[in-house]
Design a binder for this molecule. Structure first.
Ligand code: AMP
Length: 283
């Protein structure tokens, strides 16, 4: 596995791989890797000749400086896990390599996609995500971009980014299923900050999501989200930021199930001062 801290040398290496007709799959991450991230690497290895992963905690996507400061960083362990899983190249730059001091911040408008759900609760978040992924794509120029369904809104935002860059024909987008703990809790780097008791309590979120999948037809979206919020908060240690049903493509909230051919449930909750998100397809 080859390690890079400089975009220029990584670009050159990947350019040579492309010239040698090798296809490239790209897995961007912020590190503190878990099996969910490694699933993306495994998936990329099946589809592409070479796999490049990045580890970069992108300051531009954190609206809360305390969240950025607390974000777990486990570089040594991450590199070991990536090597064992079979990544070929890893890019783990300093902030100045991704955002050189004289570079102009380019932003991409994501319209209504970035004003709902995560976008509504984390102002500027998707602007930061768009900016960093556009830069990483220009450095790596991959054939495929592998993302996790766990961050479903991010997947839709980055699908829009590829369109805006006019790269949608050039880069295939793969959305890989959410990897979960045995108790259903979606794996997340942030779970490291939960106590064992917190991890158990947090598993209720997926229980409630599954109940919604089973019984949505008996209720309206509003009734179901009221029930879900009440059930989660009744537990005492969970605070719900949002629990919504939205059109799966545009992520606009639905008032009636027949408003959209595909509806997702998406939620953000706080457990022990840790913000967790999860989502699933209803139909
Ligand atoms: P992050 O390091 O949180 O920025 O995540 C990097 C990539 O891993 C993103 O595409 C995430 O959606 C994906 N990811 C994070 N958690 C999971 C999970 N539990 N299962 C599958 N993919 C995940």
């Amino acid at each position: 596995m080859y390690l890079f801290q400089q975009a220029a040398s990584l670009s050159l290496t990947l350019q040579t791989a492309r010239q040698n007709q090798l296809s490239i799959g790209f897995v961007p991450t912020m590190g503190a890797l878990h099996e969910g991230h490694l699933d993306l690497i495994r998936h990329a290895k099946k589809q592409y000749d070479r796999v490049i992963s990045s580890i970069f905690v992108n300051p531009a996507q954190f609206n809360d400086p305390a969240d950025l400061a607390k974000y777990p960083r486990t570089l040594e362990k991450d590199l070991e896990a990536l090597a064992l899983t079979g990544a070929d190249y890893v890019y783990f730059p300093e902030v100045s390599d991704v955002y050189p001091p004289n570079s102009q911040p380019e932003t991409y408008p994501f319209g209504a996609l970035e004003t709902v759900l995560e976008g509504a609760h984390r102002p500027g978040h998707f602007e930061g995500v768009g900016m960093v992924v556009a830069r990483l794509l220009r450095i790596t120029v991959p054939n495929g971009l592998l993302l996790g369904e766990k961050d479903y809104q991010q997947c839709m935002v980055l699908q829009s980014l590829l369109k805006q860059m006019q790269w949608e024909q050039k880069v295939a987008l793969h959305i890989c299923p959410t990897r979960r703990e045995n108790n259903g809790l979606a794996m997340s780097s942030r779970n490291q900050r939960l106590t064992e008791a917190g991890k158990k309590q947090a598993a209720l979120l997926y229980e409630i999501i599954k109940s919604c999948q089973e019984r949505y037809l008996q209720f309206s979206p509003d009734q179901l989200s009221d029930w879900a919020i009440h059930s989660l908060e009744a537990q005492g240690n969970i605070r719900v930021e949002y629990f919504s049903f939205a059109d799966a493509q545009h992520l606009q909230p639905v008032q009636h199930w027949n408003e959209s051919p595909a509806v997702r449930v998406l939620a953000a909750v706080w457990v022990e001062d840790v913000r967790l998100i999860d989502n699933a397809l209803l139909f």
